[in-house]
Design a protein around this ligand. Sequence first.
Ligand code: SF4
Length: 681
Amino acid sequence: MDMPQTVFSTCPHDCPSQCALEIERLDGQTIGRVRGAKTQRYTDGVVCAKVARYAERVHHPDRLKTPLLKQAGGGFAPIGWDDALDLVAETFTQATQALGSEAVWPYYYAGTMGKVQRDGINRLRHVMRYSGMKKTICTGTVHPGWKAGVGAFMGGSPYEMADADMVILWGTNAVATQVNVMNHVARARKERGAKLIVIDPYRNGSAEVADQHICLRPGTDGALAAAMMHVLFAEGYVNRDYMARYTDVPDQLEEHLKTRTPEWASRITGLPVEEIVAFARAYGATERAFIRVGFGFSRSRNGSANVHAVSCLPSVTGKWLVKGGGAFFSNSDIYHFEQTVVEGLDAIDPSIRVLDMSRIGAVLTGDKHDMGDGPPVTAMLIQNTNPMVVAPEHNLVRQGFARADLFVCVHEQFMTETAEAADLVLPATTFLEHDDLYSGGGHSYIQLGLQAIEPLAEARSNHAVICGLAKRLGAEHPGFTMSAQELIDTTLRDSGWPESADWDDNWLDCVPDFDTAHFVSGFPHADGKFHFAPRWEDLGPDAADMPPLPDHQEVIEEIDATHPLRMVTAPARSYLNSSFTETPTSVKREGRPKVMIHPDTAAGLGVANDDLVVLGNKRGQVKVHAHIFDGLQPDVVVVEGIWPNKAFVDGIGINALTGADSPPPNGGAAFHDTAIWLKTA
Ligand code: SF4
């Protein structure tokens, strides 16, 4: 019998923390406890509760164990792997022969963040000239917003949160979504008496433990940041020497901000003037003020403008130069990965169309705006994502997947609702059952996650499926003949990093030095300056209406007489997107879907706690139970998730209400920007 042992790994889930893990391996098939690695300084021994109990997920009785083929009368029956892969290859070949290669659309996202297992699907796509996929659903708005001012995905070191006297969590509920941030914040509070400020449209778990919660309306963060800068200029908190040396148009900015008064911002944000002024002064007076920029406030039609406006705050004050100061969104550019072998980037044909993943409903229902002159999508391979639950404008997505002429193969760990909608379902390994390579957006490490236990039953890795299909389709590329481990080491070598055998640990620290992280020699734009006036036209095709300087961009789905509430679909603590909605402990902790409603609003609508209510707009209707809650503005409601559709009373989930219209300048998904009506059921 195997002796229990501890092996290192990496959390593969879609989370900036990308924790270094210590896995208790009980035998060749079984794990016990999962702990945060104590010797990796960002993880520092801490992981979230949902991953600490990962044994519940990897050994779940509902894991998929064999390929399954949909039967004519409904339901699935087992099929052998060879027959299953033959079927996919034959269907893709027929689709290509009938309509051209663009009729096939491989679709994936971040259910695993591993470079080999997540991104290998692109190799097959590019070599076979299948339709491209624009990756917008998570980063579509935040990426151009951050890049607009700073120029690259890096910034004040995440470890320096512990050296700050004020930490501002702007649009991120770190308690629920990246618990390690709270660990570093706790050190700053304990050792330096630092203040924690949370800026968010509702009193979430992080706001509960903060010194101050600034509870603004969703989609108005740009107005708050602009008004703060108005106060900073007016009251002498700005650093004019810093701006002259490091920024592009400080004089234009000062002129522009004269009309962005706290009174102006108060009308937009719903915050009292005094609160805006006091917060601006506190920020201005605190040299070591660190802004942790989250994804939340980017999930809005004006999300890119919001993120840019917030990133301007340390630039007007010069806080970038201070240890424990500045702002941080992601370190993804410090890794400079070269993924040609994994992704087949050398096989890209630029004439092949690229379809927006956030608009999957429109694509599958043949929207001309999305399809152009290309053929309909008639065949799909889906890995690592559950668009039937997570994609916006769900009713259109559902309509698309119901098409009789669409063949869908889903490679998954569980029978998700997307898998249920598929023609063929393939069982997938978890991160503990295959090899992969990771890098953490929220820290500075490249990390390994090597196979710790045998794959469950007939489960196969993404890499195995992609290579199996390539062989049948005649796709040729060096990556198809390599093992996952060979792809890892080739990618490391091509990226200029040592191969994993030469590492001292299960990780490699790539942390930039102080001057690089703090932009002491200038920002990573051609002119070396931070841009108050972004070149939006370089960041996406819909740049015409982007604000020329940091501002509130008036493109959100505003309330009106028919839709008097704005809805935010925030992440629940025990789920990660739609992952963990299958584990009993997570479901028990979350209870059931509920809409948080302000007591005054509920009273006006005759709604009591636990009442069943209907939320609706032009896109659909959703039935959900009411939870009376005073931690938000009266015209805001929050539904945490993402719950499966079937968890809702009518089997229709919250994304029936969210829109899939493409936010400027480069697309995305405005999950927290939805006007609705609400009434008792
Ligand atoms: S905090 Fe994020 S990265 Fe860390 S274990 Fe949990 S889900 Fe994984």
